[in-house]
Design a binder for this molecule. Structure first.
Ligand SMILES: Nc1ncnc2c1ncn2[C@@H]1O[C@H](COP(=O)(O)OP(=O)(O)OP(=O)(O)O)[C@@H](O)[C@H]1O
Ligand SMILES: [Mg+2]
Length: 249
């Protein structure tokens, strides 16, 4: 689903060029949930920007969902990103003037008029993330955890094969964070979505099926995660509050 071949990224910043990624080789399959950790400045966000096709590598090849990104026009990349990639950010990135339902509908609205079926789907997604009672709330009237769950619902709206998240729990308390992680994991397990998540939180990283550590623009380690996480909740059940990240005695 994701393939990187000798991907490097340099930034030409004033007189101080930075090599943010150095010849990264990486393959991520369908339904994998990859957590990426590494020190500040190691290149994690740079990597996510390349995976989301928001930025281009200085050298190397990136193939996403079978498409060679470097060979596409900018317009084609924009359409590709809208259809194939879901994005979740640390600061939620919701539009303040829009309700929860409208924010979830946004990826559709960018492409065409929303149908009644789209609207029903947005409502269903909000119900699935436990926000059926907040449909007409605007971001300013929601908690951080609620806003991030709206962002998660939005990322699922187009059923993208690839979901990218940069510190999705960075601004959440541990219960809200656990809930968001549970939603991402369920999406990978039940829908085969490929999830790549950057996190500073070792407990959050353990929810993934694979952990990659980046240091100084290189992959330092890449290994499966032995998880003891509980299986996903049946649909319609209230979110479980106990944490994947429960300390192991
Ligand atoms: N637009 C830019 N112009 C110049 N240098 C940049 C730019 N963006 C990032 N860098 C540099 O590239 C390196 C990698 O940055 P990146 O944002 O990928 O780090 P990160 O691993 O996400 O760090 P953090 O954990 O702090 O978010 C850093 O040294 C940073 O200073
Ligand atoms: Mg970053």
């Amino acid at each position: 689903m994701i393939e990187l071949q000798r991907v490097s990224k340099n930034y030409d910043h004033l007189e101080q060029p930075v090599t943010a990624l150095r010849e990264i080789d990486l393959q991520v399959g369908r339904g994998e949930f990859v957590a990426i950790m590494g020190p500040s400045g190691s290149g994690k966000s740079t990597l996510l920007n390349l995976l989301s096709a928001l930025d281009k590598p200085t050298s190397g090849r990136i193939v996403l969902a079978g498409a060679d990104i470097g060979a596409m026009t900018d317009d084609a990349v924009t359409t590709f990103r809208r259809e194939k990639i879901g994005l979740i950010f640390q600061f939620f990135n919701l539009l303040p003037t829009m309700t929860a339902v409208e924010n979830v509908l946004l990826p559709v609205l960018l492409a065409r008029r929303a149908t009644e079926a789209d609207r029903q789907k947005a409502v269903r997604l909000l119900e699935q993330v436990g926000l059926g009672h907040r449909l007409t709330h605007k971001p300013s009237a929601m908690s951080g955890g609620e806003m991030q769950r709206v962002a998660v619902a939005r990322a699922f709206m187009t059923e993208p094969p690839i979901l990218l998240a940069d510190e999705p729990t960075g601004n959440l308390d541990s219960n809200s964070g656990t809930e968001v992680l549970r939603l991402l994991r369920r999406q990978a397990e039940e829908h085969g979505t490929t999830v790549v998540m950057v996190t500073h939180d070792a407990n959050a990283a353990r929810v993934g099926s694979r952990l990659i550590v980046i240091r100084d623009g290189r992959i330092q380690s890449d290994a499966p995660v032995a998880t003891s996480a509980p299986s996903a909740q049946p649909a319609g059940q209230p979110p479980e509050q106990s944490s994947y990240a429960a300390p192991t005695a």
